[in-house]
Write a protein that binds this ligand. Structure first.
Ligand code: ATP
Ligand code: MG
Length: 425
């Protein structure tokens, strides 16, 4: 038997309403904030990711699915969404468009990791990228979108942590100070951190290994190397968050696993997730567009993991669904008329179903129950002759007779007006 690849999951029909609910909620919130959906390819030139995410990051060092195309060029399945979005932004010269360039995306990402709960090899992210605005209100806007949408999903135990990574110059000033300190405690660091002392020392602040944490407790703080401009930007970010009532915590060790961030970095964690407790993260990345060959365009964004949201989404969250109608048709005439009626209901926008395998009333009603139908239409040869059908409310079991030609409009008004349809754009 052929099975799915390790770390890759099927989403069965029972689970998809929850997923659709999460995705639609995220999209609705993003559209409300003026972000518009972009869909970029799932695979790109390897160089794109190596150059943007950073050569000494976990992702590029060991997590990418990279393979040779038939002509020998190196391709990679996208491990995240920012690189491709930035490439598209540059390629389509969107910097020349005077409108705000605020994009959102959703889709699968691929990383070769050790699979466990909330950590997969094919997983899904929803993310946003806001291009062109250096104003700290753009940072506040994306953090507020992230916070509002996660809160709207009623996720429990959320914390927003933020940190100031400063400008490139600030980090350049901090790096030798940190490296000097790390050399002094080198023997206490994990192999990964030892290897990165020179190449990517900031990552060590983020290391989860307890010994590394202890050894670096008294490490010099990045905050002490920050320029007045970086401090000012961050103060306006925190003031903005306070002004609109978004709670946050300062976390001076938050550095993020991707190299392109500057100034504001943030992460939302959930106390109910165990080891994989990060729900989403993001920050400002003012240098990335230029680094990838575009103009000097400031940008800020975030991405959330949909598997982790799905794990935390309370069971009690009511997923809106349109009640269904089941058509139970018997006899020769009844079966023909029932099949036509089924088609008419569907064309009128009423979700309707019939099990063509069922023959008896009992079998039909059992299926109607299993399918969660709100109403069943009973239609046999006798009913056809009289031009009426019986409508059975599956919850109350009450039955009433209806002229067949009035059925569709009656069900349309009963079912389609009472359902709150989530508005799209
Ligand atoms: P972690 O520290 O958990 O590895 P990360 O810093 O690598 O996370 P990001 O690259 O910032 O994660 O991605 C944003 C979000 O995407 C994460 O907060 C998480 O919810 C989700 N995510 C990342 N990697 C995976 C994965 N392998 N499986 C499922 N979700 C993931
Ligand atoms: Mg990771």
């Amino acid at each position: 038997m052929i099975k799915a690849i390790k770390g890759v999951k099927d989403l069965l029909p029972e689970e998809s309403p929850r997923w659709r609910f999460i995705e639609e909620t995220a999209r609705r919130w993003a559209l409300r904030y003026g972000f518009q959906e972009i869909r970029v390819p799932i695979f790109e030139t390897t160089t794109l990711f190596a150059r943007s995410i950073g050569a000494t990051t976990d992702i590029v060092e060991k997590e990418m699915y990279t393979f040779a195309d038939r002509d020998g060029s190196s391709l990679t399945l996208r491990p995240e969404g920012t690189a491709g979005t930035v490439r598209a932004f540059i390629e389509h010269n969107r910097a020349a468009d005077p409108r705000p360039q605020k994009y959102c995306y959703a889709g699968p990402m691929f990383r070769h990791e050790r699979p466990q709960a909330g950590r997969l090899r094919q997983f899904h992210q929803f993310g946003v990228e806001s291009f062109g605005v250096a104003d700290p209100r753009a940072d506040v806007e994306v953090m507020s979108l992230l916070w509002r949408l996660l809160s709207d999903l009623s996720l429990p135990g959320l914390t927003l942590e933020i940190n100031n990574l400063g400008y490139t110059d600030d980090r350049a000033r901090y790096k030798p100070v940190l490296v000097a300190f790390l050399k002094g405690v080198e023997q206490h660091l994990c192999a990964n951190c030892q290897r990165r002392i020179e190449a990517n020392p900031l990552r060590m602040l983020d290391c989860k290994v307890p010994d590394c944490r202890t050894a670096t407790e008294d490490a010099p703080r990045l905050a002490d190397s920050l320029s007045p401009a970086a401090r000012d930007h961050f103060e306006r970010v925190t003031a903005g968050l306070q002004a609109i009532g978004i709670p946050f915590h300062m976390n001076p060790r938050l550095v993020r696993g991707l190299d392109y961030y500057c100034l504001t970095a943030f992460e939302v964690t959930c106390s109910h997730l165990g080891a994989q407790n990060a729900v989403g993260a993001g920050g400002r990345y003012d240098g990335l567009v230029e680094q990838l060959g575009g103009a000097a365009v400031p940008a800020v964004g975030f991405a959330v993991g949909l598997e982790r949201i799905a794990l935390m989404l309370p069971e009690a969250v009511v997923i809106p669904s349109t009640p269904r109608v089941y058509v139970a048709a018997f006899g020769t005439k009844g079966a023909d008329a029932g099949f036509s009626l089924l088609d008419e209901l569907r064309r009128a926008g009423v979700p309707a179903d019939m099990d063509f395998r069922s023959a008896s009333l009992k079998a039909h009603l059992r299926q109607a129950d299993r399918l969660g139908a709100l109403y069943t239409i009973l239609l046999g040869d006798d009913e056809i002759d009289k031009g009426i059908a019986t409508l059975r409310n599956m919850q109350t079991k009450a039955q009433e007779d209806f002229p067949i030609r009035e059925l569709v409009s009656s069900l349309q008004s009963r079912l389609l007006t009472s359902v709150s349809t989530p508005f799209s754009s």
